[in-house]
Design a protein around this ligand. Sequence first.
Ligand code: ZN
Length: 458
Amino acid sequence: MERLSRLFWPVLVTPKNAVIKNVEAISRSQKLLTELGLVRPGYNGTYQLMPLAQRVLDKCADLVRRQMRSVGAQQITLPILTPSELWKKSGRLDGDITEFYLLNDRHGKQFLLSPTHEEAVTAMLASIAPISYKQLPLRLFQIGPKFRDELKPRFGLIRAKEFVMKDLYTFDRDAATALQTYEQMNAAYNALFQQLQVPFVKVEAATGMMGGSVSHEYHYLAATGEDQLITCDSCGYAANIETINEADSDKHCPRCKSTKLRSVTGIEVGHTFVLNDKYSKPLKATFLQEHGKPENLVMGCYGIGISRLVAAAVEVLATETELRWPTLLAPFDVCIIGAKQGSKEEKLANSVELEFCNALSGICNEDDVLIDDRSNLTIGKRLLDAKRMGYPIVAVIGSKAAQPIPKVELHLTTGDTMEVEPSEALALIAKHISHKRALYSIKQDISASAKSSKASIG
Ligand SMILES: [Zn+2]
């Protein structure tokens, strides 16, 4: 169990009469995450994650990693530095390069601080090509930092110059199997977003600078979203407005012709592409077919912005003053607040707390229990802090624990508060843990996802 007094948690204290110099619009997630000391601004669009935020990010990465492994993907790590000559070969260096970080080493060789790794992973496969058709489908992913020199970094982790991504690259033998892979990966994304329980929409997307043929985006709907989306109330069609002919967009649905179109704004948290041979052809990444002839690999790429997703979830779930987390991402499941030092109930309450914590270690992961041991502070002050941090369950073991029949006060993020005997409090925590387990075991439904992606591929 973690002790709050040991936690590195540099809360930002803004003097009451502070003059706000920076008048740029900030989002709810940026405001709460920085004010509550989870994230600190670094230089010009970069951020420092403090231990509480790191816990959330790690949980998110773990969840994504599990989902990727469940569809046969293997984790690798490629260098952050990619030789720019590879981007020359793919043609991307000849496009708009204003958002790339380019740098030279001491020998004058030019590199990119990679914003994405299509070229790097394809060149790696080319260097061991040809692989055999028997090794396909091949699915490789990484989780790590990516870089983009944003003109206007905004909304904290939502649009930062350095961010954490999961990027998956898939390799198939032909277009048909690449589409099967595409459906499987979209099913994995669907399952992941269901596990997170933040409402999301999957929309048809433009392929943009990635190239390729088929693409979808996953969005969280939020007022601060920077993407305009169109959804159809009649048939469920949804698309990024980039994909829609301007003339059609305010008239009728491209699929069912209904006029019940709604325009919403979203934060893109995931993106899937079929790339075909856009990278394998110029970089010569081939495989040997059964009859021995080499053929270009058919690729796909699949991103999830992990640091952005964490902030976007807060953007959707938080209140004005309190953080809220997807159940599986909360930095701790339970926060325990004991009696104030020197209070008359201190001795009795402490023994109830000790017994409670012992029992708790048999119910949930000890690493997910936080004890607010700042007993020099009042219970009220600590409870306020715990509520702001959005811990799903806060258990106060104070004066009521010193009664002949001891009671624990439970505060839930739903706003419910209850006074119950310790055994009942433990049962409620056990219920929360079994709810978490149920979320972990949400299965991919390939048929449902295939139906929806086929329909929207049209
Ligand atoms: Zn429609």
